[in-house]
Write a protein that binds this ligand. Structure first.
Ligand code: MUC
Ligand code: MG
Length: 367
């Protein structure tokens, strides 16, 4: 089970419906497919989504760091040497999605080699998660129509509403329109991607006090240390740290500093190895956990559901698993399907993902 080669392949698939939010927007999934080859003939796969507005990574940078720094440090190790891989990758700062894709492709290859699923290898709690859908910026009527379509087509009844615009009434009007349209038939929470100040966030939360929100996520920057602590101390719902708490150390710092009371775990940025550590930390600290989405394709979503299903804490809340529905196409031979509001893990070894060679030929950008 020796790792012989790591490939980083750029590909681009347009979104049918771009996602817009306070820190940026995504029109094309310009991701990197990572393949880890082992000497037993097994190949593990995962994808890295560059998100320059969140982590500073680019597609070209992900490929460069994998080819020039990470692959040479990992080729020759066994698929079982996950702690050594983690330690070697950690010598380089940053580059979270590049590191995570390598880590997850190794777990996939290990599962395939042992003929067990990644979910079983990690914890094996369940085989499915309820799905929460993310609603990007638009007019209130369009966002209500999108939620209705998701509910009618896929049975989804939990929605994360992107907020953080100015004036705040642009966003509070959307949340109110959703609540008025669906009544108590849906669960709603909001994500500001740091778009508001602490004072704007407090005002918005007061305006929405009657709308029964589940959570509020990254409404203002964590770097506004005192403002954020002041905000989190006064709102009546768990405050999720997402991009402010990427590593377990970030989680500890934000939570002990009073700047968050819940966290988002995203396998796209912490892989399986670091997400495990974050999960265990969250359990120890007694935090709410939501499995988040890095605007992943189907392979990334499969990674999220594989991890989220492995533990009781991560499968308790609906996971953000549906951004791939907005893409015009994908790479998997067998597309993911959300049915009755749930996404199941793939039966079989590893992640159970097969890449369609024809689709990869069509969308890869390196030839
Ligand atoms: C999210 O939860 O914030 C948008 C920006 C990002 O980093 O992730 C997405 C979704
Ligand atoms: Mg977020």
């Amino acid at each position: 089970m020796k790792i012989t080669r790591i490939e980083a392949i750029p590909f681009a698939i347009p979104y049918r419906k771009p996602l817009k939010f306070a820190s940026g927007e995504v029109h094309i999934a310009e991701h990197v497919l990572v393949r880890v080859h082992a000497d037993n003939g097994i190949v593990g796969v995962a994808e890295a989504p560059p998100r320059p507005f969140t982590y500073g990574e680019t597609q070209a940078g992900i490929i460069a760091v994998i080819d020039s720094l990470f692959a040479p440090q990992i080729v020759g190790l066994s698929l079982l040497d996950r702690e050594t891989v983690h330690t070697r990758l950690a010598r380089t700062v940053g580059n979270p999605t590049a590191k995570s894709a390598i880590d997850m492709a190794i777990w996939d290859a290990l599962g395939r080699s042992l003929d067990v699923s990644v979910t079983e290898l990690l914890g094996g709690y369940t085989d499915r998660m309820r799905v929460s859908h993310m609603l990007g910026f638009d007019e209130p009527s369009a966002m209500v129509a999108e939620a209705e379509k998701m509910r009618d087509t896929h049975g989804i009844s939990t929605f994360k509403v992107k907020v953080g615009r100015r004036p705040v009434s642009l966003d509070t009007a959307v949340v109110r329109a959703l609540r008025e349209h669906f009544g108590d038939g849906v669960d709603l929470y909001i994500d500001g991607n740091r778009g508001w100040t602490a004072a704007e966030s407090a005002r918005a939360m007061r305006e929405m006090a009657d709308l029964d929100l589940l959570f509020a996520e990254e409404l203002c920057p964590a770097d506004d240390v005192l403002g954020r602590r002041w905000l989190v101390g006064q709102i009546g719902v768990p405050f999720i740290a997402d991009e402010s708490a990427v590593t377990p150390a970030d989680v500890t710092r934000e939570v002990l500093g009073g700047s968050a009371t819940a966290i988002s775990i995203k396998t796209a940025r912490t892989g399986f190895t670091r997400s495990q550590r974050t999960h265990h930390l969250a359990e120890g600290l007694g935090l709410e956990v939501v499995m988040g989405n890095q605007i992943d394709g189907q392979l990334g979503s499969l990674c999220t559901v594989a991890f989220g299903s492995a533990y009781e804490l991560t499968s308790r809340r609906p996971g953000e698993l549906s951004n791939f529905l907005d893409m015009s196409d994908d790479l998997l031979t067998e597309p993911l399907r959300i049915t009755d509001g749930e996404l199941t893990v793939r039966p079989g070894a590893g992640l159970g993902a097969e890449i369609d060679p024809e689709k990869l030929r069509r969308y890869r950008q390196d030839h």
